[in-house]
Write a protein that binds this ligand. Sequence first.
Ligand code: GDP
Length: 195
Amino acid sequence: MSRFPQAQFLISAAAPAQFPADRGAEVAFVGRSNAGKSSAINALTQRQGLARTSKTPGRTRLLNFFDLGSDRRIVDLPGYGYASAPEHERLAWKPMTNVLRERRSLRGLFVIVDSRRGVTDGDEGLLDWAAPEHHIHVLLSKADKLNRSDAGKVLRESKAALGERGTVQLFSAHARTGIEEAQAVLEAWLAERGD
Ligand code: GDP
């Protein structure tokens, strides 16, 4: 049974004025381009094709909001909003992500990282972006591509890199591993009341 049976696309916002009302709770999904973010959103919401919108040409500068019902949302941030993006892209992106970060609804970040890479120093800009009150959970994606020993190693190393700042798990949208664990984290954050 789906945990988010009402999941549906809400809006692609080009400016903060288009963001949905800052009510309830939302979780932002971030990751480098091709990390497996869309696949993760589809797997977690059990709605194939839900996150396809973010791939539409010309829409990569938009923040995509998905409604999970009961004033709960996922916010999909296109990959290049990442710390390693070229300066001009980061500048264009900043006003929108600054507003997002200030929203009372924002509970935390799901960071999608290719498990063959793991959490590295290059991810620090992103972890710094989150405010101290924001949760951070890392999905080490495409874990089906690793053998058990390499998967264990990347999990340990990513845990060490994150320290107290966040939690991390192995995830595979294709092999459908780690989905329940990730859904439970998402659901728990979204159930938290704002201040
Ligand atoms: P995004 O750019 O971060 O949204 O990434 P996508 O979800 O579009 O995935 C990028 C590529 O990685 C696609 O070719 C997917 O088929 C592939 N991919 C995504 N998730 C998995 C996974 O769990 N296992 C494997 N092996 N490939 C995956």
